[in-house]
Design a protein around this ligand. Structure first.
Ligand code: ADP
Length: 379
């Protein structure tokens, strides 16, 4: 997809989208409702002509190519099975524009596909006797029937309850791997996106914010939107303070509150701004100077929690911060406990072992290591 723009009247649903999906890849578009995910998918499927920009599949231009000639299979959010047809007839409907692969009859192909989606022997059933997850697997079998070169999935799990969704996403991923089929998956669920994808594109307001493997997006968000959208995060804005090592004076903290250590300029002789010696630089070698405003983030799971106020003399051995905070509220999550803390007037969230419990108003010390602080962007 190159410089894709889709306009509805005066509003741009897509505002210059460039994306390249690799062959065999499970590629996910994720973003809040209304950001342009479905529009992107509809352009790929051929249901929508972009206002400007181009799409190529396997090097071939899709301009003016109708949906049925694109070699794409689509599964939508709603089950969209024909209620008056049996499960087998629904799957066979996927073959209406193509012959079954050489050497197979239609009914053999249908049986093969029902095996693939783990519904063997379901051909004669009525769709309305199936669970939501089973119906979506029939829809998947129908989309895969003509052996498309590209599989497009538009929130196929969103109508299912949480447990079914988790099971179905594992099944879909396994089928995708088995067939090695290039797949573009749309979801608003960031957890789902991280769980199943080879690569993810985060979209906001018709624009791509960042593209990369799940771990990279999670560990090194490059925009504030990505830092806040993918998983829980502490996003802090502040000004670099010249100290040794440099640290961040966080906006909104009371006078006398500690600062957040920064992951660069750690050598005593290194002035702020000279990152040549910085070992744990997570900011792509960018140089920074005192007074500059930065957006940084620290994952709650990276914030260590100790009971009681910090001991005399601040900080740890390696420039780690020991921040004085008070517990404001706690959430028991089973395997973890989430603590919402007040740190000098600013909220900081920590995620700690579920076996530990804390009381509201309890004094705690929050430990933050410089290498866990990610510089997201300059303000
Ligand atoms: P998503 O799939 O991320 O929820 P969509 O791609 O459906 O978002 O929509 C992107 C934007 O385009 C939204 O602001 C939506 O209201 C608008 N939009 C989508 N389809 C139409 C349409 N047919 N007419 C006018 N506006 C539309």
């Amino acid at each position: 997809m190159e410089d894709l723009r889709v306009e509805y009247g005066s509003t741009a649903a897509l505002d210059g989208v460039d994306l390249a999906v690799d062959e065999g890849e499970f590629f996910t578009l994720v973003g809040p409702s209304g950001c342009g995910k479905t529009t992107t998918l509809r352009c790929l499927a051929g249901f929508e002509e972009p206002t400007t920009g181009s799409i190529r599949v396997g090097g071939e231009s899709m301009a003016g190519v109708p949906p049925e000639a694109r070699g794409v299979g689509v599964v939508f959010q709603s089950y969209a099975l024909f209620p008056h047809m049996s499960v087998g007839e629904n799957v066979a409907y996927g073959l209406r524009f193509t012959e079954p692969p050489a050497g197979t009859t239609e009914s053999e192909r249908v049986a093969e596909l029902l095996d693939l989606v783990d519904l063997p022997g379901f051909a004669d059933r009525d769709p309305d006797t199936l669970s939501g997850g089973q119906q979506q697997r029939v829809a998947l079998a129908r989309a895969l029937a003509p052996e498309p070169r590209l599989l497009l999935l538009d929130e196929p799990m969103s109508a299912l309850d949480a447990r079914l969704r988790e099971r179905l996403r594992v099944q879909v991923r396994a089928i995708q791997r088995e067939l090695d089929i290039t797949t573009v998956y749309v979801t608003h669920d960031q957890e789902e996106a991280l769980a199943v994808s080879d690569r993810v594109a985060v979209i906001d307001d018709g624009r791509i914010e960042q593209v990369g493997p799940p771990r990279e997006l999670y560990d090194s968000p490059r925009t504030r939107f990505v830092a806040e959208f993918l998983g829980n995060n502490n996003v802090l804005i502040g000004e670099i303070e010249r100290s040794d090592p440099p640290s961040l004076r966080v906006e909104g903290t009371d006078d006398g509150t500690d600062t957040i250590p920064l992951p660069f300029g750690t050598a005593a002789a290194t002035p702020v701004g000279d990152t040549a010696n910085a070992g744990a630089d997570t900011d792509g070698g960018a140089s920074h100077s005192a007074g500059e405003r930065l957006v940084v983030c620290v994952r709650p799971g990276r914030v260590r929690v100790r009971r009681g106020a910090p001991r005399a003399g601040r900080g740890g051995d390696d420039g780690n911060a020991a921040l004085s905070a008070t517990v404001e509220s706690t959430e028991f999550l089973g395997d973890a406990t989430r603590l919402h803390c007040d740190w000098g007037g600013v909220d900081l969230t920590a995620r700690t072992d579920g076996r530990r419990s804390f009381a509201v108003d309890e004094a705690v010390t929050l430990g933050v290591d410089p290498e866990d602080v990610r510089v997201v962007e300059r303000e």
